[in-house]
Design a binder for this molecule. Structure first.
Ligand code: NOJ
Length: 756
């Protein structure tokens, strides 16, 4: 070894030791500080630290927190959420640090889900970009904006694997796949926290909803979940685990039960799995009123549920105030051991210490930053970039991109809409700052260039309208449905091409927005049928928050572009894609069913003992619909086409300690440049437990010029072949494997190998 190498090794060893020593000293200093502080605290004040109060406005439940200012002064509040802007935060923080006895600063949290004031596509949309760098940049930008607005904690990422598009909250997550979900989890945590929560422009992430909320039975929100441990470990837990390993500072418990015990009071989940097995040492907060809701679940009265939650490892009580109303008395009567309160209180104080709030409680308050960082040009440009890269082209009979020389009629209630572009959970986003499609068209092409008609209301169903419309934001036109359709048909008659812009209102997906029918609303379908009768080619642009059942549309439309709820720059992004200034490259991260009866439908399912056969009656199938989805996981078209060569493996036998390389040549066979996401799947053919028919294990995104070929290579190691066996050990099992590479989970090239 030469001198330089020896020096480098010694230097890195030395700095590692120094770093570890410094960390230990820092921790010891923190521990001493907290010991001293806790010695001064009354039981009430300790419990006060466990109280997370909603101050501001109500989003997901009744506001139960009354007289919060007084409580802050008495030291009965540890953190607040729904309060932002430097002024508002300053006011509450001042109450805490000047008027409460021990002057303990507050944490400030908020639902920053896909942007704070600049809104990016809904998380499901971001995931369909398959662009980890982009997703990290949006999280980072959201964190920067939120922290410039006084916040230090965001309730994101939502990492619930979801296979049921009836569940409205699929819009908030990254879809059905544990591998992709885990990759996204890591970059989102990194984006928010920037590897240092003490930075004034970073925020703490909150992993939610721990755990399994995405498996609510029948897709009905807040419903029961029940699954085997082996499914949990292999299919649902990986993204949460990845986020914890990436250093997420906080975790939120979910509303649902697991093995019959609500997550908030589930000791196995919080203490054994999260803290012991995964080594999480941050803060656990409940979801909105989840402690109180345990009474409805039927696991005890108010005192019993507090005991369950606290002893299970829950630290903070979001909104229910069950902790502050019960725990002090329970200590007096010996119903709870103070050591559990101490533990939770310490974790809250540690979090504040790590954020640097004891040094300077106002460190996130800087009106100048708010002025320069919120909705600035860079963030708006990112909003457009993200919206473009999230769109998925589901069908195209050469209609897109549009030729601007043609006469085009833009029809539908979402053409001129700004309100719905942001989607659900658009935090502090102001829809008046979003661009509608019509605004973008007029800006780019001038006002008189295209034809426009509304065609229908977003929904006519009065019952649904009542349910989703408590803010009065979905309006209905004064014209009758028939008048609207007639007008649209007449407009369409004068055009060469129709672009129909349809979908959901922002509050038809998201929390408390489950649907048992996931087709387009009936009145929108009526409009489409009428337009179809004109015989003109139709491009359908969808704006919505979940996979929809689009069989009729697939059969009858010439092109379908899924643009999700695209965010602040929606109109600009959609217009760029429609006219070919930008080329769609998104790929689905949730399977699109043909009809609701196929749900749950997901690509990484198991085989059965009676695999599907066209000719054999007693095999797994429906009588009235195929087993195949309409659009599979990983699917999405471009304005160009790609072809895949055969897979070349450098060996066919892989040693456990070894590495194998799989290569495939991908060619752009179309006429323009495009981006392709090359996907790697494996199948473990024989296991001690049954294994999925395909599992995503890697992907690469490449850009290819027309006619260009690139070879993409993947390293295969034992690590990616591991799974949890019946004893929940993470192992690989020697034997035969299949390996698939392709542009989606269905259309793949195949090779086989053996793990020795
Ligand atoms: C309830 C939702 O389930 C959760 O995602 C959100 O963070 C909280 N409400 C706070 O608003």
């Amino acid at each position: 070894m030469n001198k330089k190498a020896t020096f480098l090794i010694l230097f890195s060893l030395f700095s590692t030791i120094l770093f570890a020593q410094k960390a230990a000293t820092d921790e010891a200093t923190m521990d001493r500080f907290i010991d001293d502080l806790m010695k001064k605290m009354t039981v009430e004040e300790k419990v006060g630290q466990l109280n997370l109060a909603a101050v501001g406005f109500d989003v997901t439940g009744p506001i139960l927190n009354k007289g919060v200012d007084e409580k802050i002064k008495k030291g009965l509040v540890g953190a607040v959420f729904n309060t932002f802007t430097p002024d508002a935060v300053q006011k509450l923080q001042e109450l805490a640090v000047t008027q409460s006895r021990l002057k303990i600063p507050l944490l400030f949290g908020y639902d920053v889900i896909h942007g704070h004031k600049t809104i990016y596509p809904i998380p499901l949309g971001l995931s369909t970009s398959w662009n980890l760098d982009l997703i990290e940049r949006t999280a980072r930008a959201a964190g920067e904006e939120a922290s410039a607005d006084g916040l230090n904690w965001v309730f994101s990422p939502m990492l619930d694997i979801a296979r049921d598009p009836r569940w409205g909250r699929v819009s908030e997550g990254s879809g059905e796949d544990p591998y992709l979900g885990s990759e996204i989890a890591k970059v989102m945590v990194r984006g928010y926290q920037q590897d240092d929560i003490a930075k004034t422009n970073s925020v703490m992430a909150c992993v939610k909803h721990f755990a399994l909320y995405g498996a609510s039975e029948a897709g009905r929100d807040y419903n029961t979940t029940d699954m085997s441990k082996i499914r949990m470990y292999n299919e649902y837990l990986p993204p949460y685990k990845a986020a914890v390993e990436a250093g997420a500072a906080t975790v939120m418990t979910s509303f649902n039960e697991i093995d019959g015990i609500p997550a908030t009071g589930n000791k196995w989940l919080l203490e054994d799995l999260l803290r012991r097995d995964w080594g999480f040492n941050g803060l656990v907060v409940t979801d909105y009123t989840a402690i109180m809701e345990m009474v409805h679940h039927g696991v005890g009265n108010s005192e019993q549920v507090c005991e369950l939650a606290l002893e299970a490892g829950t630290d903070m009580d979001m909104v229910s105030e069950y902790f502050i109303n019960n725990l002090p008395e329970m200590v007096k009567t010996g119903k709870i051991n103070i050591q559990f309160i101490d533990k939770a209180c310490r974790r809250v104080l540690e979090t504040k210490y790590k954020l640097g709030l004891f040094e300077n409680p106002y460190r996130y308050i800087d009106a100048k930053r708010a002025e320069t960082e919120i909705l600035n040009d860079a963030k708006l440009a990112l909003s457009k970039e993200a919206a473009v890269k999230s769109m998925v082209l589901l069908k195209n009979n050469n209609l897109l991109p549009l030729n601007a020389d043609k006469k085009i009629a833009f029809i539908g209630p979402l053409v001129a809409d700004q309100r719905n572009m942001l989607g659900n959970w658009s935090g502090a986003g102001n829809w008046k700052k979003s661009t509608s499609i019509q605004m973008a068209l007029e800006q780019q092409f001038g006002a008189g260039k295209f034809l426009y008609a509304k065609g229908c209301n977003l929904i006519e169903d009065k019952e649904m309208l009542k349910k989703i419309n408590n803010g009065g934001v979905v309006s209905r036109d004064k014209k009758t449905p028939q008048e609207l359709i007639d007008e649209a048909v007449q407009t369409a008659q004068g055009a060469d091409v129709i672009v129909a812009v349809l979908g959901e209102t922002f509050n038809m997906s998201g929390e408390a927005a489950s649907r048992s029918d996931i087709e387009l609303p009936e009145n929108q379908q009526e409009l489409l049928r009428a337009l179809k009768k004109t015989g003109k080619p139709i491009a359908l642009v969808l704006i919505n928050g979940r996979p929809l059942a689009l069989q009729w549309e697939d059969d009858n439309m010439d092109a379908i572009l899924e643009s999700w709820f695209p965010g602040t720059k929606a109109g600009d992004a959609i217009v760029d894609v429609l006219f070919g200034k930008a080329i769609p490259s998104g790929k689905l991260t949730m399977t699109f069913p043909r009809n609701v009866g196929q749900i749950p439908i997901y690509y990484n399912h198991k085989n059965t003992g009676r695999p599907f056969s066209e000719t054999q009656k007693y095999t797994t199938k429906y009588l009235d619909v195929s087993n195949e989805p309409l659009y599979p996981f990983g699917y999405g078209l471009s304005y160009t086409t790609f072809s895949y060569g055969d897979i070349a493996l450098d060996k066919t036998n892989l040693k456990k300690s070894g590495k194998m390389t799989a290569k495939v040549a991908v060619t752009n066979t179309g006429k323009q440049e495009g981006t392709e996401t090359v996907q790697l799947y494996i199948r473990d053919l024989v296991g001690t437990v049954t294994r999925p028919v395909k599992e995503l294990k890697g992907f690469r995104q490449i850009s290819l010029k027309a006619g260009e070929t690139q070879t993409v290579s993947f390293d295969i190691t034992e690590e990616i072949l591991k799974f949890y066996n019946i004893d929940l050990e993470y192992v690989s099992e020697p034997g035969d494997f299949k390996l698939f590479i392709g542009g989606n989970s269905r259309d793949v090239k195949e090779a086989t190998f053996i793990l020795e």
